[in-house]
Design a protein around this ligand. Structure first.
Ligand code: 5AD
Ligand code: SF4
Length: 469
């Protein structure tokens, strides 16, 4: 496997210098200039936005959620499904009026959507109020691009197609003080036939273990209690390192960091989820008993057409092995309904997998053709109505399973992480079980940020209810 390119530390230092020069340019007025960062899509994008905020803070910006008050707007986009793109184009279109009122406003778009040539072209031609467009590979030089906009350059499109690199040392402004994302790798090599990710995020590349461990150590010192290791395919972590290591070894090292905290990780690919991983999860006390293991479809012909490189039986076999080691494992998965050519009978096979595994929760999607992926070229005779009908059957079955699984918690006392105030006013607080199930509970706000025993007194298909024990 090819070695990963790393951005030299001096390059990042240069970016930080440009942050200071930008601050000198924007801080001439009486008020602190404000930035609005809007994020679509997955946790990887959330993590990227935390670095964009880190850079913006170094440029002297404060933050706002009000477009009218912003000096700079950054929209971090997603390309995984058509719907995500339509929302971005709709919202960016509406910004034309904001820019008319505030001509000095800088509008920037980044992330996966803009890395697709057709989307970039549409922005170039029809969204002339957008000043800066840059793909995931260029994030590390965001300060240079903003500085350029403020000094000499006009509209900037930074969309070099690249296998990708790793940049360390970018400042981070985190959104939460209890839960944190830590990217351990970027990109994906799997090329599932429906998926745009490998085209826009480049090849798999891993951060060095010492950089990851340093980051987690600092988070734990800062009081973070719930740390999620992120990557498109975490189980292939480390193959590109100078000294290759596997994901299980990394988990063990993170688990050895002193402190009271939980470790989660996502996403895992079934073909790379091994017995060794399951054993590591079982013996590492800080690793939460939860696995997100997307299976996408329950039929072998469909799995093959999806280029998933595992069969239904291999998947089920792995789940059995995991349940044997960790009986109370919480399982979640992603499913695509209506992949081109999926027959009614093949869809039934997906339902059978749900019945056998009994997932705690699912993320379900209707197939969305992505330009440039092989699946977008396939014949797709199934009507939208039929796909919706399948989708609704899937939801109904999962709702019933989730409700039963949640009901089984009633009467138990579970050590949960209290993570905030409840938006539902009948309850004071929210908490998460180790398996990441949502609990709404009564109790005093002083418990926020602590692991506390919670007595579960009720449940529905979405969440559990309880009280501090
Ligand atoms: N259409 C529908 N769902 C998709 N996903 C990825 N690409 C597509 C697509 N083209 C889903 C998969 C993946 C999750 C993140 O998004 O289920 O696991
Ligand atoms: Fe997409 Fe498959 Fe990679 Fe996941 S593993 S990001 S679904 S190509």
């Amino acid at each position: 496997m090819e070695r990963t390119t790393r951005i030299a530390p001096e390059e990042i230092e240069h970016q930080l210098e440009l942050c200071q020069r930008t601050a000198a340019l924007t801080s001439s007025g009486p008020e602190q200039p404000l930035a609005f960062v809007d994020t679509y899509g997955c946790q990887q994008n959330e993590a990227d936005s935390e670095r964009i905020r880190g850079y913006l803070a170094a440029m002297g910006f404060g933050f706002t959620d009000d477009e009218e008050k912003a000096r700079i707007i950054v929209i971090n986009t997603c390309a995984i499904r058509e719907h995500a793109e339509q929302r971005v184009f709709g919202n960016v279109g509406a910004l034309v009026h904001v820019k008319r009122r505030h001509p000095e406003l800088l509008i920037c778009l980044c992330g996966c959507m803009v890395q697709q040539p057709h989307a970039a072209q549409k922005l170039r031609e029809s969204y002339r109020h957008v000043d800066l467009v840059f793909g995931p590979h260029a994030l590390w030089k965001f300060p240079e691009m903003v500085y350029g906009l403020l000094t000499q350059r006009g509209r900037t499109f930074e969309l070099t197609d690249s296998p990708g690199s790793i940049a360390e040392g970018i400042p981070v402004v985190r959104q939460d003080s209890i839960k944190a994302w830590v990217s351990i790798m970027y990109g994906c090599n799997n090329f599932c036939s429906y998926c745009i990710v490998p085209y826009v995020r480049g090849r798999e590349r891993s951060r060095k273990p010492e950089d990851i461990l340093d980051e987690v150590r600092r988070l734990v010192e800062d009081g973070y209690k719930d740390i999620t290791l992120l990557g498109q395919n975490v189980n292939s972590y480390g193959k590109d390192l100078e000294e290759p290591m596997d994901f299980s070894a990394l988990l063990e090292q993170v688990n050895a960091i002193p402190g009271d905290f939980l470790i989660r990780f996502m996403t895992s690919h079934p073909k790379d989820a091994t017995q060794r991983l399951f054993e590591t999860m079982a013996h590492c006390s800080k690793v939460a008993p939860v696995l997100h293991l997307p299976f996408q479809a329950g039929n072998d012909r469909v799995l093959k057409a999806m280029n998933r490189r595992h069969t239904r039986d291999e998947y089920l076999q792995k789940i059995r092995a995991l349940k044997a080691l960790i009986p109370d494992i919480v399982l979640t998965s992603d499913i695509i309904v209506g992949f081109p050519g999926e027959t009614a009978g093949e869809f039934e096979d997906t339902l059978r997998v749900l019945e056998e595994v009994r997932f705690d929760a699912l993320f379900t999607f209707i197939f969305s053709p992505r330009r440039g992926t092989p699946a977008a070229e396939l014949d797709d005779p199934t009507t939208r109505e039929e796909k919706l009908a399948r989708f609704n059957r899937l939801l109904a079955l999962q709702d019933a399973i989730s409700e039963e699984k949640h009901a089984a918690y009633i009467g138990r006392t579970v050590r949960c992480l209290v993570d905030g105030r409840s938006d539902d006013t009948r309850w004071d607080l929210t908490a998460r079980t180790p398996g990441n199930r949502l609990v709404r509970l009564t109790g005093d706000a002083s418990a926020i940020g602590q692991f506390r025993d919670v007595k579960i007194t009720g449940a529905n298909k979405w969440s559990l209810f309880g009280e501090l024990a």
